[in-house]
Design a protein around this ligand. Sequence first.
Ligand code: GDP
Ligand code: GDP
Length: 434
Amino acid sequence: MTSVITILGRPNVGKSTLFNRLSRSRDALVDDIPGITRDRLYASVHWGDRTFTLMDTGGFDEVGDEPFMDLVREQVRKAVEESDIIIFMVDGRQGIMPGDEEIAHMLRRSGKKVFLAANKIDGPEHEGLTADFYRLGVEKVFPLSAAHGYGLKALMNEVVKELPEETPEENDEAVRVAVLGRPNVGKSSLVNRILGSERVLVSDIPGTTRDSVDIRFTRRGRDYVLIDTAGIRRKSKVREKIDKFSMIKAVKSLDRCHLAVVLLDASEGVVEQDARICGYALDRGRGLILGLNKWDLVKHDPDTRRRLLSALDRQLKFVSFAPRITLSARTGEHVGKLFEKIDHLSDQYGKRIGTGEVNRVLEKIFQLKPPPLTGKGRLKFFYATQIDVRPPTFVLFVNRPELIHFSYERFLANQFRERFGLDQTPIRIFFRKR
Ligand code: GDP
Ligand code: GDP
């Protein structure tokens, strides 16, 4: 499970700017999704050889008409609860402002590891301004320009040193499945329906983490782990306040699953939050199944069905490879079929292609369509290999990675999917200089 790092601070200090800089395109296939990446609040970030989940709290400020400091207090409390490390950002040019001291005080009391970033220090000439911030009681002040990158390395290298050791992935054959979706789509109904089925044998001892319960079960001889985000199965009567933080549990369970079953409410169509959840799953390279739940309500209504399918094609185009299934958690219709989809996708998700085959196929693809000659020179491929599974990940060694055009990358990915039998799973392709 990856750690969560949160950027916190008063409005306008530059939190979103830092978030965007750190989460920027590392994988063109993922980031070229209009609308998804623009206003997301969590991102999977790589720094050096570490990976973590970054949370942005920018934009919280506008909600409601609560007094400003109440809002900040709530935000700090949540951030402390949900994250492992906090980047506390202040405006390095303005000096200490009302609010900064109280935030600093709350963070000190929390016992969490906190890094103070004095932002908008766009070069060494502004650094003199930062000394004042030691009054906030921190050990070190990191001058930063989120906009230009100045000081970023110094800060982030220290931050990642504080990340706890990652626990290696459990070495077992079980497919780890998370059921996700916005409130009321039918998650708990589906989970209960699955676990209540006669074919399913639930093991006695659930593994419990801070955020979720892992329910291990066997169905027709195959092992699964259902990651029950706290609250799905034994849902509390009091609905969790729907704020922007409420998705953090879903995002965390994505870190721990192989496949995500994202439920949509077929009777309501596709909404923005559905797309966002799919975006998070894709961002993390998780296998994805779109479950069109409450099918019982629309199956006799061709108009609604047609509208739904066209909304899927339009709004969830970026995950067009994800298998879809219509089902009803209420009647149980197609719940068995869901497992066929899970098994099939899970096989693709963990599939290994031999290096010999990868290179033979790559050769064919180049014959079909060689990389275009650009003004800057010609791209040459030397050798390719699959370096990982879950999801299948390939590395292509080339003369100059900067020459690869996005459209050619997409073409290659589509060819790989088609020719290696990976049509339903996300895949990753990296280019390295030889
Ligand atoms: P947030 O409300 O804390 O998320 O702040 P934003 O990221 O939206 O930034 C607020 C304003 O500060 C924007 O106009 C940014 O362009 C500007 N800004 C952010 N980082 C820097 C920086 O490093 N240097 C300068 N000069 N301006 C910055
Ligand atoms: P969650 O918030 O995503 O866990 O959703 P719930 O499982 O609590 O379901 C929300 C509501 O939708 C409940 O009233 C369920 O009975 C209902 N519901 C769930 N699945 C279905 C379904 O397949 N068909 C119909 N008609 N209603 C359903």
